[in-house]
Design a protein around this ligand. Structure first.
Ligand SMILES: [Fe+2]
Ligand SMILES: [Fe+2]
Length: 473
């Protein structure tokens, strides 16, 4: 999953924070504005109530109470009042007759105003046309210009009646909504500005320097170039660049040490391998001496094998392996007793079988080792008497069942046996050797290797000239 960027996290947090702040601001403003508006409307209703009271009192005093409805309608239109009605209390009913056809307390709000002797206000603000209803009781008091007790024969504090006014508060509500909308608009504009500004700050001060730092850190490592701290404008990135430079210097210093150690190890490994190669070669020479083999046989077989391995397209390592391993192809002969190994005449069938066991013995001697040179030597020792047509020993393998090392050493061994002189025989002439090898193609020898031999006979001969055979002592 892709991880969020610093910019995304910051913008998200700022948005959340501002959203909460704006919500709180809107709630506080909304409630305050509502409370202020309500007080203003209530005061307006109270003022209307006083005006009506004065009008009614004047009418009462001048004896024109019958025109009350006309008067109220005039006031309603003048003051833009939705509804206005007068509710008479018991005392007025008694004094002037009942004028409330719906009954004194036609609803609970009126009853509440009469009982509590205080104004009752009811807001209906969630309508399309919001209104406030005010029921304001007229209480008999002796003081003021309108001394009620002078006309009404009631005890002080009696509720003479009440005015029931309904006012339209759409203007107030619209003003509230306008204020809230303005706050919202201003807040969102600020939010947008803050987001754009924050994004730019992060882009210029974090993302861009960070990318620059990564690029220069790579170069610093690859080309050993310290990061220049002048290109960073903030202390944080300058410090990081300094740290990377220090760290990089340490890595480079360690790399040099490691490289030195590595070279030492490679040299040591080469020495081990050379020592092993020399030991293996010496073992081959020891065997050669004991078998009274013609001299330099081991050396020549190694070089013929190397030549054929190269021309066969084997890898460099395989060429090295067969060159080092081929001198041990007859090492198993160490396990053959002198009376058979050095017998001058023909071997009996039983003796010949014992002689043949040198292949397996060589394998047994070498195969315990995990070193690839000795593994290659074990394969060569086991398979150098196998024949392409399957008539060889000890396993009677055929064709490519025989390992390439076994096939190569077989040809090298045959060529050297025929082309070098032995105590008991002269070497064959080259033409006869070539003829014989050609003849053995696909029988004793791998046809591909025979072809390689035929193509490179001159090089084979050169090897015999470099390392000639002398009578063994
Ligand atoms: Fe052999
Ligand atoms: Fe040999």
């Amino acid at each position: 999953m892709k991880k969020p960027s610093i910019k995304t996290i910051t913008v998200k947090n700022i948005t959340n924070f501002i959203f909460i702040m704006v919500t709180i601001l809107l709630l506080i403003t909304g409630f305050n504005f509502r409370a202020l508006s309500k007080t203003a409307i209530e005061n307006q209703a109270l003022a209307h109530a006083e005006l009506v009271k004065a009008g009614l009192t004047a009418q009462m005093k001048s004896g024109v109470m019958a025109n009350q409805g006309f008067y109220l309608e005039e006031i309603r239109e003048l003051k833009k009042i939705n509804k206005v009605a007068i509710i008479r209390g018991e005392a007025i009913n008694t004094q002037f007759g009942t004028a409330n056809p719906e009954g004194l307390f036609r609803d609970q709000a009126i009853q509440q105003a009469f009982v509590t002797k205080t104004p009752v206000f009811t807001m209906d603000e969630f309508n399309l046309t919001p209104t406030i209803r005010a029921i304001i009781p007229y209480i008999a008091k002796p003081e003021g210009a309108l001394n009620c007790l002078s006309c009404h024969e009631v005890p002080e504090g009696t509720v003479l009646g009440a005015i029931d006014i309904t006012l339209d508060v759409t203007t107030y509500r619209n003003q509230s909504l306008l204020v809230l909308a303005s706050i919202l608009f201003i807040s969102l504009s600020f939010l947008l500005l803050i987001i754009v500004n924050t994004s730019q700050i992060i882009q210029h001060n974090i993302q861009e320097p960070l990318n620059k730092l990564i690029q220069h850190a790579k170069l610093a490592y690859k080309k050993n170039q310290p990061i220049s701290t002048d290109q960073f404008t903030t202390s944080e990135f300058t410090s990081v660049a300094d740290e990377i430079n220090l760290f990089n210097n340490e890595i480079i210093a360690h790399q040099d040490i490691l490289q030195g150690k590595n070279e030492q190890l490679v040299a040591l490994n080469n020495e081990i391998e050379n020592t092993l190669r020399e030991t293996v070669y010496t073992m081959g020479v020891i065997e050669e001496k004991r078998s009274q083999e013609t001299s330099n046989h081991t050396k020549r077989v190694a070089l013929y094998s190397q030549l054929m391995a190269k021309r066969s397209g084997l890898s460099d390592r395989e060429v090295e392996l067969i060159t080092a391993a081929s001198p041990l192809h007859d090492i198993g002969k160490i396990g053959i007793t002198d009376d058979i190994l050095l017998k001058p005449g023909r071997l009996s069938n039983a003796e010949h079988e014992i002689m043949k066991s040198h292949a397996r013995m060589g394998y047994t001697m070498l195969s315990h080792s995990k070193r690839d040179i000795l593994q290659a030597a074990a394969i060569t020792a086991l398979q150098h008497h196998e024949k392409w047509d399957g008539s060889g020993y000890p396993q009677g393998l055929q064709g490519e069942q025989i390992h390439i090392y076994g096939r190569i050493v077989a040809l090298a061994d045959v060529f050297d046996a025929l082309f070098s002189s032995r105590i008991y025989k002269e070497s064959w002439p080259l033409s006869k050797v070539i003829e014989h090898i050609k003849n053995q193609s696909g029988k004793h020898l791998d046809p591909n290797l025979v072809q390689i031999f035929l193509d490179n006979t001159a090089d084979f001969v050169k090897i015999t000239e470099l390392y000639p055979s002398k009578s063994s002592t």
